[in-house]
Design a protein. Structure first.
Length: 133
């Protein structure tokens, strides 16, 4: 499963990259610090899962919406310090698939990435099958 990490905190982005890279079933396809970079990387590298901060420079909702529009089947996992209902609702309305508040265990984060990645793989296979028909 291909994973893209989008957070403006360089240290957190590096830690998340290490966590993903240590998993034999996950492939880190990049890290982005702002919206345009994230969208560009998503289009070029076609991740299955994007881990995205809500208060991402350029806008978390904007970034999520544009990536979902450009990469069929992608799943967006919101990973944010903000756990309030307003932030959750705002991100759900643009089509994100999961929401975790920063501070969860690495095991919880990886479990959610894998679950969403499995959904993305199933969705991508369905799209490819439909396109062949």
């Amino acid at each position: 499963m291909r994973v893209l990490i989008c957070d403006d905190n360089d240290m957190l982005r590096a830690v998340l990259a290490e966590i993903v890279e240590a998993q034999p079933d996950l492939t880190l396809v990049g890290g982005a610090a702002e919206a345009d970079e994230a969208i560009r990387l998503a289009i070029a590298r076609r991740p299955h899962v994007v881990v995205l901060d809500v208060r991402f420079p350029g806008g978390g909702p904007y970034t999520a919406r544009e990536i979902i529009r450009a990469v069929p089947g992608v799943r967006i996992l919101v990973f944010s310090a903000y756990g309030d209902q307003g932030a959750r609702t705002e991100m759900a309305e643009v089509g994100t698939a999961g929401y975790l508040v920063k501070g969860v265990s690495n095991a919880q984060l990886l479990a959610e990435v894998r679950a969403l990645g499995a959904e993305a793989l199933t969705s991508t296979a369905s799209v490819a099958e439909r396109d062949r028909a």
